[in-house]
Structures are given as C-alpha cells and as structure tokens.
Design a protein around this ligand. Structure first.
Ligand SMILES: Cc1cc2nc3c(=O)[nH]c(=O)nc-3n(C[C@H](O)[C@H](O)[C@H](O)COP(=O)(O)OP(=O)(O)OC[C@H]3O[C@@H](n4cnc5c(N)ncnc54)[C@H](O)[C@@H]3O)c2cc1C
Length: 163
C-alpha cells in the first residue's frame, strides 16, 4: 500500500506477522523521527499503536546521476555504486541492470585488448547511461514549461538508447 507523505511518499506492507513501514524523499529532513510520525498518522495507526519495532533501516539513493568516475584501472562501478539512478525519481533498478550489462560488455572488450576504463565509458555512453548526468530534475526541469518539454524529448532519446 502506498500513501503520500509530506515531501515524499510512504508505504505500509503487510508481512505474515508484521508490517513493513517506510518513507522516501529528498533531503536531510527525512529521519527516524519522520518515520515515527508517519507511523503515528498512517491510516492504520490504531492497529500499529503499541507494536514492537523490530528494526530500523535507512538507505541512500544517489540522486545526482552517474559519478564523474565510473571506472578505475581494475574496477567498474555499476548501479548505485556508479550513481546510475534517474535523478528526478530515484529509479535505479533499470539503470543498475543496464550499467551491469555495459560493465560486462566492457570486460569482454578488455579481454580482447581494449583498455577497460575507456571500454566501459564507451559502453555506458552507447547505452545512453551517461546522459543521466544532464538531468537536473528539480532545479532545471520543473523551472519552466519549455524545460519540461526539453526533458520529455531527452527521455524519448534515452528510451531509444535502451531499445
Ligand atoms: C526504499 C527504496 C525504494 C526504492 N524504490 C525503487 C523503485 O520503485 N524503482 C526503482 O527503479 N528503484 C528503486 N529504488 C532504488 C533501487 O533499489 C536501487 O537503485 C537499485 O537496487 C540499485 O541496484 P544495485 O545492484 O546497484 O544495488 P543493490 O540492489 O543495493 O544491490 C547491492 C547488493 O550488494 C550486496 N552487498 C553490499 N556489500 C557487499 C559486500 N561487501 N559483499 C557482498 N555483497 C555485498 C547488498 O547486500 C545488495 O544485495 C529504491 C531504493 C530504496 C532504498
């Protein structure tokens, strides 16, 4: 189940004998206190009241797009490790798979003699992954209708790269 929450969103997932509760959003305003507040104001707050909290967990999503360094001499960074996340939405599963494939292709090329770092940069570029660096969703895209239109065109281009 998903519920909107100030400056982000929250969810409640029933498990067999527990409920998994989460919130997601931007900025340092999100904290354990925000999660507690969400639990207290959620639609099933009464049912959750007095329940035992088994565990707190927090995960960061790199929202700035691909890192300036996605490869070193012997290491390739794919998925979250390389910053392959869509900056506007935090969507990272698709880009993790895509960058993982690009990394595998780069390794195959390196085994045929290509320098590894350059091969990965090339494969990531070919897959449209590096254009994620150009997306600055909050500051640029939402600033004007013209920018929003440009953003949609960029998405179309990106989608073609994934076909
Ligand atoms: C709450 C939340 C909701 C999200 N919702 C969405 C969504 O709806 N759609 C979407 O596209 N993306 C979503 N994301 C983002 C998405 O989950 C990530 O971008 C994506 O999973 C990144 O994949 P990855 O393979 O890089 O890393 P991960 O999926 O984090 O995989 C890394 C794996 O490496 C393991 N690991 C770590 N250290 C070691 C070690 N030393 N040795 C061995 N293994 C290790 C970890 O246990 C983990 O299994 C969400 C993220 C969060 C936190």
């Amino acid at each position: 189940m998903y519920y909107f929450f100030s400056y982000g969103y929250g969810w409640l997932t029933p498990l067999r004998s527990a409920v998994k509760v989460g919130i997601g959003g931007l900025g340092s305003a999100f904290s354990r206190r925000s999660l507690d507040a969400f639990i207290k104001t959620s639609p099933i707050a009464e049912k959750l009241a007095g329940g035992k909290i088994v565990r707190y967990e927090a995960h960061r999503i790199p929202m700035q797009g691909p890192s300036p360094t996605i490869a070193t001499k012997r290491v390739l960074f794919a998925g979250d490790a390389g910053g392959f996340v869509f900056p506007g939405t935090g969507e990272g599963i698709y880009y993790a798979i895509k960058s993982g494939k690009a990394a595998a292709q780069a390794v195959a090329k390196a085994m045929q003699g290509d320098p590894l770092t350059e091969a990965y940069e090339r494969e990531a570029h070919k897959a449209g992954l590096l254009s994620l660096r150009e997306v600055n969703f909050l500051e640029d895209t939402l600033a004007s209708p013209h920018e929003a239109e440009r953003y949609v065109r960029r998405l179309k281009k990106l989608a073609r790269g994934f076909q």
